[in-house]
Design a protein around this ligand. Structure first.
Ligand code: 9MR
Length: 361
């Protein structure tokens, strides 16, 4: 009796195993992974991404990216899954979009927009008017005011029209002020005076009336002379009916310079002017080597910044200036500093990543 029951059980077990094996073979053939790795993937897959968590608060969570990085498949996979917004780090800048006067090249920008479309991500356009990364034809000669006005208008309207309907928000003017709140002496300011900012906003608005138009800068996270200058200017522009919709705070922070404790108040005073705000280029660099202590402090700062944004209704989203130390701009510009992003060079999440999740939960 006992032996025949055992035999039946064994037979049943064997045929179940065969069935499971056959099923696995079918799944493998269909390209579906099975086994413990797949189960772990599934568990991970069920965990909400940063974008999912941000969306529950009505915010986006994004990353900058750059065309050469898109051949890195593991990088690209995380970029597509964890974020619901991307910003081209370079490919919509003037040198890239109008390399020769009147000759426009949208190939690299289009690649980013196409990637975003495939991943259902918003795009922040960056940037139309900036003193840096300008093409040689523009910087290597003198322009009269009327010539430069025409050049600026054509550039803005051609670029914005090309991307009409595909860009959530444009950084129309980038880095217009000095640290002390005076106007930066750029080619545009020197030749056209401060009115170039209102003009740029109006021209961009004509070319894409739905895109949100931003002024954007670094070292404006705390209340101080530079952010005061933006507050004053934004108030004036709003009073004059100029199409300005948002203020972008880049938030390139550094552990050695302290946390901008007035960030939340600062965001709030711009909201009171009727403007959206966004943290547009977030990273938190540190003197290398990165110790456990520094990484913990960095995580706290990422958490605090996120909480500040969530506390202010019109802070619409957060963008990392790329998400992994593998592609951070910091080491090239600040030798001896780095480790600024929430994922390390091997795409492993750092304490900052878990702090972001906590803040968004
Ligand atoms: O991330 C960009 C990097 O690849 C470029 O080499 C650099 C050149 O200035 O610009 C970087 O992005 C900047 C952004 O456009 C504006 N704010 C400061 C960013 C870091 O320099």
């Amino acid at each position: 009796m006992r032996s025949s029951t055992t035999t039946r059980t064994r037979t049943r077990t064997r045929s179940r195993l065969r069935l499971a094996g056959a099923l696995a073979a079918v799944l493998v053939a269909a390209g579906v992974a099975t086994g413990p790795v797949a189960q772990a993937d599934e568990r991970r897959g069920k965990e909400p991404t940063l974008a999912d968590l941000a969306q529950r608060h009505g915010r986006y969570f994004g990353s900058a990216t750059d065309n050469p990085e898109l051949t890195d498949e593991p990088y690209k996979a995380l970029l597509g899954s964890e974020f619901d917004q991307i910003t081209p780090g370079n490919s919509m800048k003037w040198y890239a979009t109008e390399p020769r006067q009147g000759v426009f090249d949208f190939s690299k920008g289009d690649e980013i927009v196409e990637l975003a479309r495939a991943n259902h991500q918003k795009v922040r356009g960056h940037t139309l008017v900036w003193h840096s990364q300008l093409p040689g034809w523009l910087t290597s000669r003198e322009w009269t005011a009327s010539e430069l006005r025409a050049v600026l208008k054509k550039h803005i309207q051609t670029v914005v029209r090309h991307y009409r309907g595909k860009i959530y928000a444009w950084d129309v003017v980038n880095e217009a002020f000095n640290e002390d709140g005076t106007y930066r002496e750029t080619i545009f300011y020197r030749t056209l005076g401060p009115g170039y900012i209102a003009d740029a906003l109006r021209w961009a608005h004509q070319a894409d009336p739905r895109a949100k138009l931003y002024l954007n800068d670094y070292n404006v996270e705390a209340i101080g002379p530079k952010s005061d200058a933006y507050h004053r200017l934004a108030k004036e522009l709003k009073a004059q009916g100029v199409p300005l919709h948002g203020f972008g705070l880049q938030a390139h922070l550094a552990l050695q310079y302290g946390y901008p404790a007035t960030l939340e108040d600062n965001l709030r005073r711009f909201a009171r002017l009727g403007l959206d705000t966004a943290l547009t280029e977030v990273d938190v660099r540190m003197p290398l080597p990165a110790t456990e202590e520094k990484l913990a402090q960095q995580a706290d700062w990422y958490r605090e910044m996120t909480e500040a944004c969530l506390a202010v209704r019109r802070c619409v989203g957060i963008t990392l200036w790329d998400y992994t130390d593998r592609y951070s701009w910091i080491p090239a510009v600040f030798p001896g500093e780095g480790a600024a992003l929430p994922w390390d060079e091997d795409l492993r999440p750092k304490p900052a990543y878990f702090a972001l999740r906590e803040a968004l939960k």
